[in-house]
Write a protein that binds this ligand. Structure first.
Ligand SMILES: O=P(O)(O)OC[C@H]1O[C@](O)(COP(=O)(O)O)[C@@H](O)[C@@H]1O
Ligand SMILES: [Mg+2]
Ligand SMILES: [Mg+2]
Length: 323
């Protein structure tokens, strides 16, 4: 562990004090969420609530608790103009937007189907800027993000950030509650023998995904000439973190069962932030036909096909789509 705290790191990189203020609020919300997740079974916060979110998905008590923590903790950030959350249907405007103000996008609890089984979950977030006074447009490209990252609530709580200076990971020190820099420069291996996909959906996949997985499963005897390993945690934060640590590719493609909805994962607060982290670490993110960071959303909760991870593997899957 180094002695470099999150605040010191952000200050050393010369960020605007209002942005540091907002990032410290986000870190504080992640710390509180980690506490609630750890104590979920003791506080009776597992299982389901009676409510569903805007996407028609069942909400868990901790989805709502984490969302409330983020709204309460970040709403007073001086230059934060609006919040877009997976758990809130409408954009929450906090002030009249002025040029240079911030927009915060977040998935308060990602992978929440893992809560009842005590597996890793996380929070995903992204920050963009208001480009002119009075502009209430939150539908911006991923390439407009100025900071993106996630918190992983695993055996250790980690905060991973991409903010124009590579990718770093900070680990929450349980005693002091301070996030300390533990991984100063994360890069993703270009090549990987590991893929992640929910294989129970195989009958719905399009031909390029069928071919890709089929070739991986053939191993050394197949056209790829090497054996592949497979993992599926069903928690995107956990999968992306594994990919940052040891390489790999994550797929949640468009398929016959999710095509009408546009895919499974949400662009603005799940996929675009992860694509920014992955690209900043040297990886790639694509829908199969387009770079994720180039997509212009048409609504705040838009879903998108997702292929993220080691660059040569993502490129290989994109090639299969163009053939
Ligand atoms: O249950 P499935 O279909 O495997 O989907 C798992 C995916 O859904 C997610 O849980 C969606 O996120 P939420 O938990 O925020 O709804 C991802 O983290 C994960 O990759
Ligand atoms: Mg999610
Ligand atoms: Mg969620």
């Amino acid at each position: 562990m180094t002695n470099i705290t999150l605040r010191r790191h952000l200050t050393d990189k010369g960020h605007d004090p209002d942005l540091i203020f907002l990032l410290e609020d986000i870190a504080s919300a992640c710390r509180s969420t980690a506490y609630e997740v750890r104590n979920g079974p003791l506080k009776g916060n597992l299982g389901l609530t009676d409510s569903t979110n805007v996407q028609g998905e069942d909400q868990k008590p901790l989805d709502i608790i984490a969302n409330d923590i983020f709204v309460e903790t970040c709403a007073n950030s001086p230059r934060l103009a609006a919040l877009v959350s997976e758990e809130i249907e409408e954009v929450v405007w906090l002030k009249e937007p002025e040029e240079g103000d911030y927009l915060l996008f977040f998935d308060p609890l990602d992978g929440s189907s893992n809560l009842d089984t005590n597996l890793s979950v996380g929070t995903i977030f992204s920050i963009m800027r208001v480009t002119k006074d009075g502009d209430r447009n939150v539908l911006k490209k991923g390439s407009d993000q100025i900071v993106a990252g996630y918190a992983l609530y695993g055996p250790a709580t980690m905060l991973v950030l991409a903010h124009g200076h590579g990718v770093q990971s900070f680990t929450l020190h349980q005693g002091s509650g301070i996030f300390r820099l533990t991984h100063p420069s994360l890069t993703i291996k270009q090549d990987t023998p590991e893929f992640a996909i929910n294989a129970s959906r195989q009958r719905f996949w399009d031909a390029p995904i069928q071919q890709y997985v089929d070739e991986c499963l053939q191993g050394k005897e197949g056209p790829r000439g090497k054996d592949f390993n497979m993992r599926w945690v069903a928690s995107m934060v956990a999968e992306v973190h594994r990919i940052l640590m040891r390489g790999g590719v994550f797929l949640y493609p468009l398929d016959d069962a999710n095509r009408a909805k546009g895919g499974r994962l949400r662009l603005l607060y799940e996929v675009a932030p992860m694509a920014m982290v992955i690209e900043a670490a040297g990886g790639a993110g694509s829908t199969g036909t387009e770079r994720i960071l180039d997509l212009l959303p048409s609504e705040p909760h838009q879903r998108v096909a997702t292929i993220l991870g080691s660059k040569s593997e993502v490129d290989y899957i994109v090639d299969l789509h163009t053939k």
